[in-house]
Design a protein around this ligand. Structure first.
Ligand code: HEC
Ligand code: HEC
Length: 284
């Protein structure tokens, strides 16, 4: 009985520290930031049904001059280095743009890329953003482009493809053998900062930080040069899963081992208890 009381007290104080004191101390040391916003509330939704046929015409006339759409056989019009030197950064492939970026974000981005990416501290009239703004198109035309980009996605992209299309123009993933499409000389010129290799970022920054950071970098790091990329919640989860796969391959193994260890301790406790009962029976 006495042991049970001690156990209850230990459990009580452990729980108090874990759910009470630690979160409190944490919130004091790291002030709360608003959680990731996957509805992109700052962007006015178009609320229009797009016409994919018309979108096709618009995309072929406007976008494939710079972007590849490999799933449809449109290859990049120039080499990565030529593209980076012409625009500042390599334009991403658009094969899955319709599903990896949020609809709302995508239309906001086409109309005003600097506001959508939250890069007004980097770009303005003096230094233009690498991609032209399509503010001269009507809202209906923008909705048509978004509808077309959604329509051409036949299969869900893999985690790696989402990373390549959304982040691969700036970031290397060395441990998976991929180099940033834009070489670092151009990158530095374009954003004023080099984009770090992200192979081990999942360990140094942790998934929780990355979830908020990727959704809106400026919220986590003041003045950072990394753009908001506008991923949907699902595709952002795919990017993080990929980073976990590359940077922390042993995670599943470790978690399995943890469970086995807990099982072993439970059985061992039971045996120890039975042994104690037996010894004391003889003594008494
Ligand atoms: C003059 C070349 C050029 C043209 C034309 C162009 N783009 Fe881009 N686009 C770029 C570059 C360069 C980037 C990368 C910009 C960056 O990362 O700062 C980009 C980025 C993007 C992105 C990624 C957005 C994000 O948040 O990461 C999308 C989506 C996109 N373009 C769609 C389009 C569509 C749709 C069209 C046609 C209506 C188009 N682009 C026309 C050069 C171009
Ligand atoms: C247009 C280029 C560009 C794109 C696209 C981009 N990043 Fe970045 N990112 C940067 C730059 C530049 C920095 C470093 C900024 C600095 O140090 O000021 C950075 C920093 C980071 C960091 C470090 C954060 C920290 O706290 O130090 C992470 C993690 C990251 N990016 C992840 C991603 C992921 C994941 C994607 C795709 C969803 C992505 N980035 C897309 C340019 C980019």
């Amino acid at each position: 009985m006495r042991e049970l009381k001690i156990l209850a007290i230990v459990i009580f104080f452990t729980a108090l520290t874990y759910w009470g004191v630690e979160p409190y101390a944490h919130s004091q040391m790291h002030p709360h930031v608003a959680p990731a916003d996957f509805s992109f509330k700052d962007i006015q939704p178009l609320a229009l049904n797009g016409n994919s046929e018309n979108g096709k015409t618009l995309v072929e006339a406007n976008c494939i001059a710079c972007h590849s759409i490999k799933s449809l056989g449109f290859e990049a019009p120039m080499s990565n280095d030529d593209a980076a030197s012409a625009y500042g950064v390599v334009p991403p492939d658009l094969s899955h743009a319709g599903v990896i970026y949020d609809n709302n974000y995508l239309s906001g981005f086409l109309k005003d890329p600097v506001s959508a990416t939250k890069l007004s501290h980097k770009f303005g009239d003096a230094k233009p953003y690498a991609m032209p703004s399509y503010s001269f198109l009507s809202n209906q035309e923008v909705a048509d482009i978004v509808a077309y980009l959604k329509n051409i996605v036949a299969t869900k992209p893999t985690d790696k493809m989402v990373f390549e299309e959304a982040c691969g123009r700036c970031h290397s993933m060395k441990y998976d053998g991929t180099k940033a499409q834009t070489s670092s000389v151009f990158m530095k010129n374009y954003l004023g900062a080099e984009a770090p290799d992200v192979s081990m970022m999942i360990r140094s920054k942790k998934a929780e930080y990355l979830t908020t950071f990727i959704n809106e970098p400026l919220k986590m790091v003041e003045g950072i040069a990394m753009p908001r990329v506008g991923l949907t919640e699902a595709s952002q989860a795919q990017v993080i899963a990929y980073m976990e796969h590359v940077g922390d391959r042993k995670k599943a193994e470790r978690e399995d081992l943890g469970l086995n260890l807990i099982g072993f301790m439970a059985i061992f406790t039971l045996i120890a208890y039975m042994w104690k009962v037996r010894i004391w029976k003889e003594v008494a």
